[in-house]
Design a protein around this ligand. Structure first.
Ligand SMILES: N[C@@H](CCC(=O)N[C@@H](CS)C(=O)NCC(=O)O)C(=O)O
Length: 225
């Protein structure tokens, strides 16, 4: 079986897919694209993803786009470790945490990141304050869960952790550029830090970290749209 990933440095949805591929020990080849490079606008890319976004995983059955759809695909390719649980109850809990993040925290995370990375904290103070409040309310629930359980889904790592982790790293990057406040304090919670460390011990984790973060290149920070 051969798999090929189209990816962009710093994009949280891409990071999810890389974490899942490595967790499942599925080998893949890759093409790194950049926003400025124009690869996404090439006619050939439009045929594999009409939305002209990454990640796209090329599979023997054709291209699969949308990070969570790719996680579901990979779970069928290699069911162990299970990303979406083994029982109806586990699947329900895992999906609940995924949808909580997607529907509630992700938008606030994107808003605070864009404002922070573009240095617009003063000009968009009202919007920022609302995003930070939502961030605090959502993180409260997540922190409560992580104080009780090793992973968001329960006893084992799941798609919920993989979906959430890149968002946490974006939030950390954003908060480092903003005035300290309650969300900064919440992000220092030991349960969250313990959970992050568990993820960072996953196979080949270092290879999934956006290379331009390690290179200290400030460009391309706003790939998240
Ligand atoms: N819902 C999609 C989002 C994909 C997405 O937004 N990708 C962005 C990077 S974060 C992208 O490819 N943007 C290309 C561009 O804006 O030119 C997923 O989860 O895969």
């Amino acid at each position: 079986m051969s798999y090929h990933l189209y990816w962009m440095s710093g994009a949280p949805p891409v990071w999810r897919v890389m974490l899942a591929l490595n967790l499942k020990k599925i080998r893949y080849t890759e093409t790194r694209v950049t926003r400025d490079g124009g690869e996404l606008n090439e006619p050939s890319f439009g045929t594999i993803n009409p939305r002209r976004q990454v990640p796209v995983l090329m599979t023997p059955e054709g291209p699969v786009r949308e990070s969570i759809a790719i996680l579901a695909y990979l779970d069928r390719v290699k069911p162990t470790p299970a990303l979406f649980g083994r029982s109806p109850a586990e699947a329900g809990v895992i999906w609940q945490w995924i949808m909580d993040y997607e529907n509630h925290l992700r938008g606030a995370m994107v808003t605070m990141s864009m404002i922070a990375f573009r240095g617009e904290a003063e000009a968009r103070a009202g919007e920022l304050s609302q995003a930070l409040d939502t961030g605090c309310a959502e993180m409260e629930t997540i922190l409560h869960r992580l104080r009780l359980m090793p992973w968001l889904g329960g006893a084992d790592i799941s798609a919920a952790d993989i979906v959430f982790y890149p968002g946490v790293q974006w939030m950390r990057k954003a908060l480092a550029r903003l005035e300290p406040g309650p969300l900064h304090e919440m992000m220092e919670n030991p349960a969250l830090i313990r959970w992050e460390k568990q993820i960072e011990k996953l196979p080949k984790f270092a290879q999934t970290v956006p290379p331009h973060w390690a290179e200290g290149d400030p460009k391309n920070l706003d790939v998240l749209v």
